[in-house]
Design a binder for this molecule. Structure first.
Ligand SMILES: N[C@@H](CCC(=O)N[C@@H](CS)C(=O)NCC(=O)O)C(=O)O
Length: 104
């Protein structure tokens, strides 16, 4: 799979940490939405990184969505509870971290 990301994006860094924790092989494609020749708007209507392209050619964007997709691959360690209140709590912590980053 390919991760399209800028090297400074904290959202992309979150995904890179998950990929490293799970030892999932991927190709990092450095792409910045602010560059004139960016491919990001073709892949993400929101025009933001990170974007993940799976080995099957499906595209996922928005880091919580990408994190959820990576969890479905089943590679240890599990980073999200499968369902229930614990899963909601983890999502809330992620939303808080993303919100603090958005505000910074
Ligand atoms: N909610 C998104 C936020 C992604 C985001 O804001 N990425 C920034 C880089 S850190 C971006 O691509 N900004 C481009 C723009 O706003 O035009 C996620 O979690 O993936």
């Amino acid at each position: 799979m390919k991760l399209l990301a800028s090297l400074t994006s904290p959202y992309a860094r979150k995904i890179r940490v998950i990929l490293a924790e799970k030892a999932l092989p991927f190709e990092l494609v450095v792409d910045s939405p602010w560059e004139a020749n960016t491919r990001i708007p073709e892949l993400n209507p929101l025009g933001k990184v990170p974007v993940l392209i799976t080995d099957e050619g499906e595209t996922f964007f928005d880091s919580p969505v990408i994190a959820g997709y990576l969890e479905t691959l089943g590679a240890p360690p599990a980073l999200l509870p499968p369902a229930g209140l614990d899963a909601v709590r983890v999502r809330q912590t992620e939303a808080l971290a993303d919100g603090v980053t958005d505000a910074a």
